[in-house]
Design a protein around this ligand. Structure first.
Ligand SMILES: Nc1ncnc2c1ncn2[C@@H]1O[C@H](COP(=O)(O)OP(=O)(O)OP(=O)(O)O)[C@@H](O)[C@H]1O
Ligand SMILES: [Mg+2]
Length: 435
């Protein structure tokens, strides 16, 4: 393996070689300057005394290599800096650590034949112009080389100074233009992608809005009907009703109003989470006490199914600040689900685990479980699993929980198996008041 360097091998900064590999624009100013001034050699001498066009010649025939050097010398060797290698592998190693403006590539090398060499080089240095050197007047081979990434081709026997210099100029300029074109194209693709993403998001928001409207009107209708019929009964037949019946109607009225208020609350929360305006208002809180209060409230619901909520608190909760409202949404939604999707007479386990830097809430039930296919979608608004049958729900709870957990910079994990049960684990990092 031989490696020859003709003319002084002006060392270029390492970042140029890196830039070349990464597809950056290399040597633009230099090559433009040189070739726009072709023919005005005296001018070029001044310009090129500092900068020369660096050529990597990959040619295994020493006679051919010498000939090319002679041709360049006859133009003005100082304008060019030529590094000669005789194998493709050596060229690849050179490209790894050095910067070049253009490659002159012989297509018959000892370690690579024909167009494969072009492809290998294009792969390693996609933005480096290549001029292919062919032995015979094989237009087809040359055109195929250009198709695969070479900028130009030269037939060895026909090389003279004009042909060579013009070809080098052409290769560098063409590569530069295609690089600019590629950049413009990439910008265009990015812009299209950005616009498409915006469109998809807008469409998603539209879909969400219409789902919200239909859900909202559907879920509002039933408590509204209750309110209207109770009010009508009390107004028209109030004098005929017993005190007990009246109390019952007032209970129904209260329940229906509470349902509507809760629904409204949830929809507003989803809207705020969606628009990114959900806030975290932190204040010191007795976490265990809050959990016990929520358990007490939900035990009333659980009692209707003879379900026992078993609350366990592990470790001492360190001092920290919390958003009570977000925590209430998280815990009451998760406990409601555990109760709602469990059979009568079963149990729900709720653990509060205080750790050094975080608090873990773990809610486990032995209910209907969730089919595997539904699990990835459960945090999307309105998604309900295929096995809910007639169990009522809007499918908003878990999406609210997720938004609240994220607003508190926490994490949520859901594990479930149909017929076995579900475990939801929420982890929230401790925060300290800066007051
Ligand atoms: N503990 C659980 N056991 C079984 N399925 C569950 C459980 N928790 C959630 N799911 C499934 O996840 C779906 C989404 O839950 P989510 O809480 O978001 O909505 P929902 O309970 O249907 O209605 P709501 O908005 O009233 O809470 C449920 O419809 C149900 O299919
Ligand atoms: Mg729910």
């Amino acid at each position: 393996m031989s490696e020859a360097t003709s003319s002084k091998d002006s060392p270029l900064p390492r970042e140029n070689a890196d830039q070349q590999r990464q597809g950056g624009c290399y040597g633009k100013t230099k090559s433009l300057f040189l070739f726009n001034n072709l023919g005005r050699v005296s001018n070029l001498k001044n310009i090129m005394s500092e900068n020369s066009v660096k050529i990597l010649l990959i040619e295994d025939d020493p006679a051919e290599a010498r000939l090319l050097q002679e041709v360049l010398k006859s133009f003005n060797l100082q304008l060019f800096s030529l590094v000669h290698v005789n194998r493709l592998q050596t060229a690849l190693e050179k490209l790894e650590c050095d910067y070049f403006d253009v490659i002159l590539l012989d297509l018959t090398l000892p370690d690579s034949q024909g167009l494969a060499s072009v492809e290998t080089i294009v792969k390693q240095a996609p933005n480096l112009p290549i001029v292919v050197l062919t032995n015979t007047n094989d237009d087809n081979l040359a055109i195929e080389a250009v198709r695969r990434g070479a900028q130009d081709y030269l037939i060895k026997r026909k090389i003279n100074v004009d042909v060579l210099v013009r070809s080098l100029q052409y290769a560098i300029e063409r590569q530069r233009s295609s690089e600019l074109l590629r950049e413009a194209n990439e910008n265009l693709v990015n812009q299209i992608k950005k616009k498409t993403d915006e469109l998809i998001k807008a469409r998603e928001i539209d879909r969400l809005k219409s789902e919200l409207v239909s859900m909202f009107s559907h879920d509002f209708r039933s408590p509204l009907t209750t309110v209207l019929s109770c009010a009508e009964l009390l107004q028209n037949k109030g004098h005929l009703l017993t005190e007990e019946k009246k109390v019952h109607l007032f209970d129904l009225l209260r329940g229906a109003s509470k349902n509507m208020a809760q629904l409204l609350d949830e929809v507003l929360l989803v809207g705020r989470a969606d628009s990114g305006t959900l806030e975290c208002n932190l204040s010191p809180l007795d976490l265990e006490l809050l959990c016990r209060q929520i358990v007490e409230e939900l035990q009333i619901v659980a009692d209707k199914k003879q379900i026992k909520i078993n609350f366990i608190s592990q470790g001492k909760c360190p001092e920290s600040v919390w958003d009570e409202s977000l925590l209430r949404h998280i815990l009451s939604n998760l406990l409601s689900n555990a109760i709602k999707y469990s059979p009568d007479h079963s149990r729900v386990q709720f653990e509060l685990i205080a750790e050094e830097k975080q608090v873990v809430f773990r809610i486990q039930d032995w209910g209907i479980g969730i089919p595997k296919a539904d699990i990835p979608h459960l945090f999307e608004p309105f998604h309900r699993a295929s096995n809910v049958n007639r169990i009522p729900g809007t499918g908003l709870g878990l999406s609210i929980v997720k938004s609240c957990v994220e607003t508190h910079q926490g994490d949520i994990k859901l594990e479930s198996e149909v017929g076995v049960g579900s475990i939801v684990t929420v982890t929230i990092p401790l925060k300290h008041s800066h007051k």
